[in-house]
Design a protein around this ligand. Structure first.
Ligand code: AGP
Length: 621
């Protein structure tokens, strides 16, 4: 939800900022901009270039502008306040020209602030809340300078301004008087400081500077950082100094590169044998009968007391939570509830005493999930998480958890993060199951099944050409239904979400038997139904649903691991999965759905990695 970046050092800032913005573009791509100050030339106006559209458009303008300077800030926008336009693009400059600001978040009291500032003579070029904050900082800055303040005037002006602000922010601020210094601050929007050799960077996440900076400091809410090329200091909003905790960056810059793939989504789909391997590495007991996790911060005795588990997440992560419910109830016999994080945080739902809460999030920054985590903690519950981004806000605020180690996921449509979340959930089911009624032999069988998973995923990926052919055939359709039973129902939901997100086709997921209670009205020759029909007790039920679709002339695409059990001629298209243990089937069934939506979106000419209206990390409500 907007990406911000800052650089101060000895190199030309423009190309470094553009490179960072390209890597942050998945956070928002309505407009982009940057501002560069020429180091050492105090009072020189910052050079600002900004434009509605992608970073690519900005790049061309930056080249033409011949920017010079070794300190600057940049922004890629996902619009909240104010439409998508050149004027509303960041950075924003205060009307007195003193302050330049890039902002991620929402200033809720911006209207009142704007009115007060207008009375004092400040003027506005945009409809944004950000320009209000730029002018507010300029006001405090001017007053502090008038009072003959010289020491850290910009930092103090930011501090005083933020005390008046309601809402969320991650900001990067420059002043024309001190063109080698950047001030950053955060509340509710992520911000990390990169520490390099004679240079510093500030960004919404580490992907922006991985490979360039050696270490990182994850800023906490309510902190302000002041940085120049050689030094940095961190303090709180109430001006107490904070001792920084430096961490090593675990992601390599090449992890976030496309390689030979045309889109990140396709690359990430094909990453899955490796990302699943990473999620399970080192997590099996020596005797191969159960899973083990290092970061739960809870001993087996405590975990055995757990009577109920509540999973919270949003979007695709919520689908992973639904599969977790099936897995844990089936293999560990612990009752599991699942809630949308956004609903949980407001519903004040009663939780039983020995409930363990899990938050699930790729980014670890989704505001709804973060606030749900905070609410569960406020109520005194132990909260663990399944997360991808190391050092994310959820990771720093939870009581423990499990990293999925998927590497950076850049495509806005989540693929490899989802399958890793499901895998971790399956391993949690195994772990809890072995603590309860699951036998040693059953544990061994499940571990073996999980270990085989990367190889099986490779087999499914080898069928991509067939899926592409099917995708082309149905790409012009405007409605799709996705059906599955039990744990395949959330897989169906995920298939529908993927298709909606990147191809803009209306799609719905249902438990197959629910179709006859309403959605069947949609069935016609132009509404294909994708049915996940796996070997087992639900197969016959799924076949009946297929018959119902066929009776109404609906095209049927079947995903199955038992093609021989599907009556000849019943399905229009069949996608065959390799035989496997039931516990890994949700993951295997997901892969063809990811490929199907990817190839349909490509056939429709959609921008797969940057679908309209979406952003990767949703840090607003
Ligand atoms: C996935 O394709 C979506 N873009 C979206 O639903 C996403 O899963 C959701 O916003 C949650 O994100 P998180 O995992 O980073 O919390």
């Amino acid at each position: 939800m907007c990406g911000i970046i800052g650089y101060t050092g000895k190199q030309e800032a423009g190309p470094i900022l553009l490179d960072g913005l390209q890597r942050l573009e998945y956070r928002g791509y309505d407009s982009a901009g940057l501002a560069v100050c020429r180091g050492g030339s105090a009072h020189a106006s910052p050079q600002v270039v900004k434009k509605a559209g992608r970073v690519e458009v900005l790049s061309r303008l930056v080249k033409e502008a011949h920017l010079r300077g070794s300190c600057g800030i940049g922004h890629t926008r996902w619009a909240t306040h104010g439409r998508v336009s050149d004027n509303n693009a960041h950075p924003h400059v205060s009307s007195d020209g003193a302050i330049v600001l890039a902002h991620n978040g929402v200033i809720e009291n911006f209207l009142q602030l704007r009115q007060s500032l207008e009375k004092l003579g400040y003027t506005f070029q945009s409809e944004t809340d950000t320009e209000v904050l730029a002018n507010l900082i300029a006001l405090h800055y001017a007053r502090l300078k008038e009072g003959n303040g010289t020491h850290n005037v910009l930092e103090e002006a930011v501090r005083q301004s933020l005390a008046e602000v309601e809402g969320t922010y991650g900001i990067a601020v420059l002043s024309v008087d001190d063109p080698e210094t950047i001030i950053g601050a955060r509340k509710g929007s992520p911000l990390v400081l990169g520490v390099g050799n004679g240079e510093k960077m500030l960004a919404s996440d580490v992907t922006a500077f991985a490979g360039r900076m050696q270490s990182v400091v994850y800023l906490d809410d309510g902190q302000i950082v002041r940085m120049d090329r050689d030094n940095f200091s961190i303090s709180t909003l109430s001006n107490e100094s904070v001792a920084p905790v430096l961490s090593k960056i675990t992601w390599r810059s090449e992890d976030a590169e496309l390689g030979d793939f045309p889109h990140y989504m396709l690359k990430e789909i094909f990453d899955q044998p490796a990302s699943l391997e990473n999620a399970m590495r080192g997590r099996f007991s020596q005797d191969g009968s159960t899973a083990q996790f290092g970061g739960l911060n809870m001993g087996p005795r405590e975990l055995r007391q757990v009577d109920r588990i509540l999973f919270l997440g949003c979007g695709t992560a919520w689908h992973a939570c639904l599969i977790a419910k099936h897995m844990i109830e089936k293999y560990a016999r612990i009752p599991v509830d699942v809630d949308y994080a956004s609903e949980f945080r407001y519903r004040n739902s009663p939780l039983e005493k020995n409930t363990l809460v899990f938050t699930v999030s790729q980014s670890g920054e989704t505001l709804d999930t973060l606030e749900a985590q905070r609410e569960a903690k406020r109520k005194g519950y132990r909260v663990l998480s399944i997360l991808n981004v190391v050092g994310s806000t959820m990771a720093r605020e939870n009581d423990g958890g499990i990293y999925q180690h998927s590497g950076p996921e850049i495509g806005v449509a989540s693929t490899k993060a989802f399958t890793a979340q499901v895998l971790v959930a399956t391993m949690i089911a195994l772990y809890f199951g072995r603590m309860r009624d699951m036998s040693f032999a059953d544990g061994r069988e499940m571990v073996d099944a999980v270990r085989e998973l990367p190889g099986l995923v490779k087999q499914v990926l080898a069928g991509a050409a067939n899926i592409e052919k099917i995708a082309r055939k149905y790409a012009a359709m405007n409605d799709f239904l996705f059906l599955g039973r039990l744990e395949m129902f959330p897989v169906a939901l995920e298939g529908a979400l993927k298709l909606k997100e990147i191809s803009y086709i209306h799609a719905e997921g249902y438990p197959a038997a629910e179709m006859k209670h309403g959605p069947i009205a949609l069935i016609c020759g132009k509404c294909p139904t994708v049915v996940i029909a796996m070997k087992g007790e639900m197969l016959k039920k799924c076949l009946s649903s297929i018959q119902e679709v066929k009776a109404r002339k609906g095209p049927v695409i079947v995903i199955t691991n038992c093609p021989g059990d599907i009556p000849a001629g019943l399905a229009d298209e069949t996608i065959v999965l390799p035989p496997s243990h039931e516990c890994v089937q949700p993951i295997l069934a997901t892969i063809p759905l990811q490929l199907l939506s990817y190839y349909i979106a490509v056939a429709r000419g959609c921008d797969v990695d940057k679908p309209r209206n979406l952003a990767k990390s949703v840090t607003v409500e």
